[in-house]
Design a protein around this ligand. Structure first.
Ligand code: DGT
Length: 220
């Protein structure tokens, strides 16, 4: 494990985002952390993106990204902002993803692929800047589940979500590069919190053990 240590905390509420490519294993780690007395896990249930008042926005996005990319990112940004604002009881609030990966990885990828228009990118960016500048989306730490795109693809195939059938290695590689630029190279975007890097190609029990040990040391 490779880490940048934030200062040890006592009694302070701590907000953490688990980040990583699609298929990196975030949901598995979060469901294990959810059992810990330390953590309240808050996730955006995939159902809220596959059933927006009867509309499967995730499927619409994959089917026609040019038409639905902006709508999806606007909705994702809103739902993630709500998670950032959520107050929890236990010492550590753990989020699946954050407004930051939506902006720095997914929006960036759609824009670079010329799926989002410049004006759409500018609107999302202005809104993102407003939401992050006022402190409502602060994080104390990011756990980065670092995974190869090949491993992600295997896991995505194995879980076989109907919406995700069109995901290929090119898409995962592009998203992986953007996660790496943000969380490892730290440019052009600098992470808003220290980053704990976990090798998530390995068995998911080990990934959980590493993350949980680190959180326990941090809080107790
Ligand atoms: P895991 O447990 O690491 O495999 O994580 P997943 O795949 O359950 O969760 P996540 O958030 O990586 O992705 C769920 C689906 O939603 C996946 O098809 C990618 C898509 N997705 C998530 N956030 C965004 C976003 O901001 N923009 C776009 N275009 N797609 C997104």
């Amino acid at each position: 494990m490779n880490q940048t240590s934030p200062s040890k905390i006592t009694k302070k509420k701590f907000s953490i985002a688990v980040e990583g490519n699609i298929g990196s294993g975030k949901s598995t780690i979060l469901s294990l952390l959810d059992k810990s007395y330390l953590c309240d896990v808050v996730v955006e249930p995939i159902e809220s993106w596959t059933n927006v008042n009867g509309h499967n926005l995730l499927a619409m996005l994959y089917k026609d990204p040019v038409r639905w990319g902006m709508t999806f990112q606007a909705y994702a940004q809103m739902t993630l902002t709500k998670l950032h604002a959520l107050q929890t009881k236990k010492p550590v609030k753990v989020m699946e993803r954050s407004i930051y990966s939506a902006r720095y990885c997914f929006v960036e990828n759609l824009y670079r692929s010329k799926i989002l228009q410049q004006v759409e990118h500018e609107i999302l960016n202005e809104w993102f800047n407003f939401m992050t500048e006022n402190g409502r989306c602060n994080l104390d730490m990011i756990i980065y589940l670092r995974t190869s795109p090949e491993v992600c693809l295997e896991r995505i195939k194995a879980r076989n979500r109907p919406e995700e059938k069109s995901i290929d290695l090119n898409y995962l590689t592009a998203l992986n590069n953007l996660h790496e630029q943000w969380l490892i190279q730290k440019k052009p975007y600098v992470p808003c919190a220290p980053v704990l890097i976990v090798d998530a190609n390995q068995n998911q029990e080990l990934v959980y053990k590493e993350a949980n040990e680190y959180l326990t040391n941090l809080v107790c």
